[in-house]
Ligand binder design. Structure first.
Ligand code: ATP
Length: 480
């Protein structure tokens, strides 16, 4: 493959061709930055969700999960700071009318400098941007864009408007009659559903600090520069966990969760060098420390997960706005306090893209006699949409009947797929393309000795095993 842009495009096409991800409402030409998951994509996404949920709520005895509503009382977003602060500095090109996020525009220039080998220039520009963003110096940001002679990719001019803030929340009306209606927001993060339920969960679950509340759910952001496939969407899913701690202990818990989350990422079988931490210079209004876990996507190192030390900002603010006490009585030290919070927030869709990027291989299998190649998705077995394909070699001689028996014996334990059409080689290739780790072929010998061949996706090796062993072999690999 020529370069990473091609690789990224190839992954996008593959996702569409093999039922992973489609543009939303495609028959109407799609909706920008909104995507639908197909039959294989939704299984992959669900497996990732289950893996995260289990590692948070089942393997940590002091973390429980909730499922809060998307709609929340509008004051929630006043208290959280989103009404006043959840905005990005934007700039428009007067000739093309195209709108850009200022940091994206400058980051593209930084990448250009890096590609040219001007590391010092790139670092200086990064620093200049970070400090202007931290100071919310919009005039300075515009000057930086002009000084760098950054041009619009459509009009090719540097004819820019002033830099302005743009709020990313979607709003809608609650209530059937317009006079009664009140403006509410589609949640831009799932975290607030956890904060407003902090006391409900703590009291009913008799939770003792330190403890965490996890949640998976949809979030919505009116991203202006929505691009890069499912990396930046307007409707997406987050997997968030808020960990409530004693004030003053935030530094050690922040380090703890940085380590824990990196371990989780590595447990996906992705090598260490594909990840890096990126510490935030400009901290969000609620944080006293923050970093991202970045993965080396085909489009470069980008954020997959944020880890934030959120202080007591959210609970304190909800206490102020709701006039309800958000305090916790710590019987060990005999004190009341508002807990501090460490948040881990990972984008589910970005994780799907990360797993797909890591799994996608184009392999040349040519021999001197014959040209051959395959596209294979080498998912970890536990994440693969289909775990086992059951394939009778031919449609006759009683082989489909035996294959059906294998299906019946396995399908209640893990997802299986049955297929009898086309030559066996073609069927293997189709399974490779959707990442099925195991194919079992029922042939004439099966009738004699109750054995089948099992084919391993990554090595393409085959071995003969008794039918009675299939489910154990596959289950063991799924559990890893
Ligand atoms: P970015 O800087 O890329 O806009 P962010 O720092 O605003 O992301 P957070 O608010 O920390 O993101 O959200 C936590 C996680 O949610 C991110 O790490 C990312 O994986 C995911 N996420 C955020 N915005 C989007 C989006 N528009 N589309 C898909 N995933 C998103």
């Amino acid at each position: 493959m020529a370069n990473d842009t091609n690789r990224f495009q190839a992954i996008i096409s593959h996702c569409k061709e093999y039922g992973f991800i489609f543009p939303s409402s495609e028959i109407y030409d799609g909706l920008s930055a909104v995507y639908d998951y197909g039959q294989n994509g939704s299984e992959l996404k669900k497996n990732i969700k289950d893996y995260w949920w289990k590692s948070m709520t089942q393997l940590n005895e002091n973390i429980v999960g909730i499922d809060a509503a998307i709609f929340m009382h509008p004051t929630t977003w006043k208290a959280s700071g989103h009404v006043d602060n959840f905005s990005d500095p934007m700039i428009d090109n007067k000739d093309s009318k195209k709108r850009y996020r200022v940091d994206h525009l400058i980051e593209a220039r930084i990448e250009e400098l890096e590609k040219k080998g001007d590391k010092a220039g790139a670092d200086a520009l990064q620093q200049a941007m970070d400090s202007l963003l931290a100071a919310s110096d919009f005039a300075g940001l515009k000057k930086l864009i002009e000084d760098q002679k950054i041009k619009c990719s459509v009009s090719d001019t540097g004819n820019w408007t002033e830099v302005r803030q743009f709020n990313l929340m979607f709003s809608t009306q609650l209530g059937s009659v317009s006079e009664e209606a009140s403006e509410i927001y589609l949640r831009p993060e799932t975290a607030q559903g956890i904060f407003v339920n902090f006391l409900n969960v703590q009291k009913t679950g008799r939770m003792k600090i330190p403890f965490g509340i996890a949640q998976i759910g949809k979030a919505f952001r009116n991203e202006i520069v929505a691009r890069q496939f499912i990396f930046r969407m307007r409707e997406f899913e987050q997997m968030e966990m808020q960990f409530f701690i004693r004030p003053g202990t935030q530094k050690e818990w922040y380090e703890h969760w940085k380590n824990e989350r990196m371990k989780w990422h590595l447990s996906l079988g992705i090598p260490k060098e594909k990840y890096r931490f990126h510490d935030h210079v400009k901290l969000a209004h609620y944080a006293d420390a923050a970093c991202d876990i970045e993965y080396d996507f085909p489009i470069g190192f980008k954020e997959v997960e944020g880890i934030h030390s959120r202080t007591d900002f959210d609970l304190k603010s909800h206490q102020e706005y709701s006039k309800k006490k958000m305090q916790y009585f710590d019987s060990e030290i005999n004190q009341n306090y508002i807990p501090y919070v460490i948040e881990t927030s990972i984008g589910l869709d970005r994780t799907v893209l990360m797993v797909l990027s890591e799994a996608y291989f184009e392999e040349d299998l040519s021999t001197p006699e014959k040209q051959d190649s395959r596209v294979v998705l080498k998912f970890p077995p536990r994440l693969a949409p289909i775990k086992l394909a059951v394939l009778p070699l031919t449609k006759k001689d009683g082989l489909p009947e035996i294959a059906r028996e294998v299906m019946d014996a396995c399908k209640s334990q893990f997802r299986c797929f049955y297929e009898e059409k086309d030559a066996i080689g073609k069927r293997y290739r189709r399974m490779d393309a959707i990442g099925t780790p195991f194919c079992v072929t029922v042939d004439h010998q099966t009738k004699e000795d109750q054995t089948v061949t099992i084919r391993y996706r990554d090595t393409m090796q085959q071995e003969r095993v008794p039918i009675a062993d299939i489910s154990r072999i596959v289950s063991r690999q799924i559990e890893g």
